[in-house]
Design a protein around this ligand. Structure first.
Ligand code: NAP
Length: 318
């Protein structure tokens, strides 16, 4: 089959189109004929070597795809064959015509949703939904969404009012992204490329921050959070690990909520994908698709994330 193989970490050019053997399902797995393959900023960061890759190289790259189950391994219900599903792998292997996935991690795509829409919204929509549920908003609170035109940030912005935010303040680094954030429900949009962007926020005015920047950014936001009840929903490290200490939180009675590595988080995200499909069906959520490219243009897709030009997910078609 045709696949995009990563031979070493580095620039987008390390992703190369190749011929590799078709995958076979292990016990408990299915094989999916891919129809739409999701590409995200997070994958570009992994390709660049920003985080350890969960596989030996060379390997077929990619974490998510939507398609049709064509084969089942031992112990898997054969009736799954022919079902349209989204897969989210913790290992690699989805930038290809066929991919394997554990049968108990499949999200079943509604009949009236395309594979492209499904892979665009399922996993990052579910992350956003889990973050908002964990923030437990009261209905009268102000939230700050960083990188609001991004993969997770865009879905946070779209869903925040529905999940209990009264006011949504969004940040984005380019004019096009700020206009996009405005169009999907932000009440106020801040340019986070400005050196003191946090200074534009009123002290004690933000109840929950959806923190994907971290680094020095978190500390600058502390005076902006409501003393006593303000919370930082920490889910990304785009600017490095947060530099704040427990004393910084204690002084203002703030809470830092880790949202990512803890046991059960991934299971919760996977389960939330079905709720995400319902939110799309009811018109509360729109899949964000930046562009659709042929599989062989995987490197171009990564380039768009490296240059921060993508808004939403890029879809590769095999
Ligand atoms: N905890 C979880 O379950 C989970 C799940 C998925 C992703 N994540 C994490 O969430 C974060 C966002 O992921 P995503 O895929 O949704 O990304 P994304 O928002 O689509 O892309 C990152 C955006 O962040 C902005 N940015 C600000 N500082 C940056 C920097 N130093 N380097 C690169 N970009 C920067 C850029 O937007 P502008 O052009 O507007 O500046 C960029 O486009 C990542 O840290 C990722 O690892 C966590």
């Amino acid at each position: 089959m045709r696949a995009i193989v990563i031979y070493e970490t580095g620039g987008p050019e390390v992703l190369k189109l190749d011929e590799v053997p078709d995958p076979k399902p292990d016990a408990g797995q299915v094989v999916v004929r891919t129809e739409a393959i999701g590409v995200s900023y997070t994958e570009a960061a992994l390709r660049a070597g920003g985080f350890p890759l969960p596989a030996q190289l060379p390997a077929v790259f990619g974490f998510e795809a939507a398609g049709v189950v064509t084969e089942t391994g031992d112990g898997v219900d054969k009736a799954l064959t022919g079902r349209r599903v989204v897969i989210m792998n913790t290992g690699l292997g989805t930038y290809a015509e066929y991919a394997t996935a554990p049968a108990d991690t499949l999200a079943f795509i509604p009949d009236d949703m395309s594979s492209q829409q499904a892979v665009a919204v399922a996993n990052f929509g579910a992350v956003a939904l889990c973050l908002l549920r964990k923030a437990n908003l009261t209905g009268n609170e102000t939230v700050l969404v960083e990188a609001a035109a991004g993969g997770v940030g865009g879905y946070l912005t779209q869903l925040a009012h529905e999940l209990g935010a009264k006011t949504v303040i969004a940040t984005a680094g380019s004019q096009a992204k700020r206009e996009y954030a405005d169009s999907i429900g932000a009440d106020q949009v801040i340019d986070h490329s400005a050196p003191d962007w946090a200074g534009q926020l009123t002290d004690d005015s933000v109840d929950a921050v959806f923190e994907s920047f971290s680094g020095d950014s978190t500390g600058k936001l502390l005076p902006k959070l409501t003393p006593g009840t303000g919370r930082i929903m920490l889910y990304g490290f785009l600017q490095g690990p947060p530099t704040i200490t427990a004393m910084d939180l204690l002084r203002r009675g703030l809470t830092l909520v880790g949202c990512g590595g803890m046991p059960g988080w991934l299971d919760r995200v996977m389960a939330a994908r079905h709720d995400v499909f319902q939110l799309v069906a009811s018109g509360h959520l729109t899949p964000q698709i930046d562009s659709i490219l042929p599989l062989e243009e995987a490197a171009s897709a990564h380039q768009r994330f490296d240059t921060r030009t993508a808004i939403g997910k890029i879809i590769l078609t095999p």
